[in-house]
Design a protein around this ligand. Structure first.
Ligand code: UFG
Length: 349
């Protein structure tokens, strides 16, 4: 890293769950960060949490990334950076089925704005938040980056597939541009400081926030969606990745592109990496492990399968391990303790 432009990263959607954790890891790795977020699904207190962890203020611009003019004026013209991490997107699978246009409009427009401005301002590198949802239910497990994508079963998932394709074609057409798409498996947990974590609005859709809220007494009981799948205990299998490990993967991805740009490296300018642990864990195992490591009960009952759920998926992580030199490090128990510590702090328990 030489110039300040190379050392600065725009984190679009940086006030959200993964964005805040990534901002912390970037700053701790020596990068400067500018956060752009419209706070549509985040709270400014999350940015304050980041600042408390890193011990300094972090430039924050409240802007809707779909608004190209505002993003140009408030961010691209005011700050010099050579890399963008693009988190700014809606992520509720069920809501995307009910309101597909909202998802296509927001998730695609924000990406298109960012890419157009990157081209205009000669910003080289982008990391994109993709998802294991692009694989659907693979025929063979674990899923590798070569596993064929299946048509996503939600508009949310479709926006991830379309975004990957948009980025791939843009990179091919814009000399010097590089992109890394990180296909996240199931991000869970919170920063060990308990100063940042996941803050879902309303009833959580995802398993771990539902577990922590049930343990805290905010929800009466957890519904385990299905115990008749073709899995060892009948509940679905997922690959739960600690959010701090996931955040570190973004730092490594940015560093790789900055270094390759500085070296004028030829070769693949668009790369995809799975980010998971490589270990399948069932819903019931996760619930029991949470209870065990935290010494707290999670009342639960078996319920109907949730429409749209895949039965089982976990990652092959060899490519991220070998090419990025990134490994999932945090133990599941540690992750579940951090998730509970964060929930207790939010609830004042
Ligand atoms: N589950 C329950 N009860 C709940 C919530 C979830 O039993 O109250 C189960 C689900 O049925 C599933 C597992 O917990 O088996 C994980 O569910 P999540 O909703 O936490 O996560 P998903 O695997 O459905 O979805 C996640 C991300 C999506 C992404 C998808 C890709 O949230 O953004 O992975 O596979 F698209």
């Amino acid at each position: 890293m030489s110039s300040s432009k190379q050392k600065t990263v725009l984190v679009a959607g940086g006030a959200g769950y993964i964005g805040t954790h990534t901002t912390v890891e970037l700053i701790e790795a020596g990068y400067d960060v500018v956060i752009a977020d419209d706070l549509s699904n985040a709270d400014i207190s999350a940015v304050r949490g980041v600042e408390a962890i890193v011990g300094r203020s972090v430039p924050f611009v409240e802007v809707d990334c779909c608004d190209t003019e505002a993003l140009r004026r408030e961010v691209f013209e005011k700050y010099a950076f050579d890399s963008v991490i693009h988190f700014a997107a809606y992520k509720a699978v069920g809501e995307s089925v009910a309101e597909p246009l909202k998802y296509f409009r927001n998730n695609l427009d924000s990406l298109l704005s960012v890419l157009a401005l990157m081209k205009e301002f000669d910003v080289h590198n982008i990391v994109f938040s993709s998802s294991a949802t692009v694989y659907g239910q693979p025929d063979e497990l674990p899923a590798t980056e070569q596993t064929p994508r299946q048509r996503a079963n939600s508009p949310y998932g479709l926006t991830k597939q379309m975004s990957e394709d948009i980025i791939q074609d843009t990179v091919a057409a814009v000399p010097g541009m590089r992109a890394i798409a990180l296909r996240y498996f199931n991000p869970i947990g919170a920063h060990p400081s308990a100063l940042i974590g996941e803050l879902p609005k309303g009833v959580p859709n995802n398993l771990v926030p539902f577990i922590t809220q049930t343990a805290a007494g905010v929800r009466k009981e957890l519904a385990v969606f299905g115990d008749d799948y073709d899995t060892p205990d009948g509940s679905c299998l997922r690959d739960y990745i600690d959010v701090v490990d996931l955040a570190r993967a973004h730092v490594v991805a940015v560093s790789r592109m900055v270094e390759r740009t500085a070296a004028g490296a030829e070769g693949d300018r668009y790369e995809i990496f799975n980010i998971g642990t490589g270990r399948p864990v069932s819903v019931l195992e996760l619930v029991h492990r949470f209870e065990e490591v935290n010494g707290v009960a999670v009342p639960h009952r078996i319920a109907e399968r949730r429409p749209g759920d895949v039965e089982k998926i976990w990652a092959a992580t060899d490519k991220a391990n070998d090419v990025l030199g990134w490994h999932a490090e945090r133990d599941l128990g540690e992750t579940l303790r951090a998730a509970w510590a964060w929930e207790k702090r939010v609830r004042g328990l």
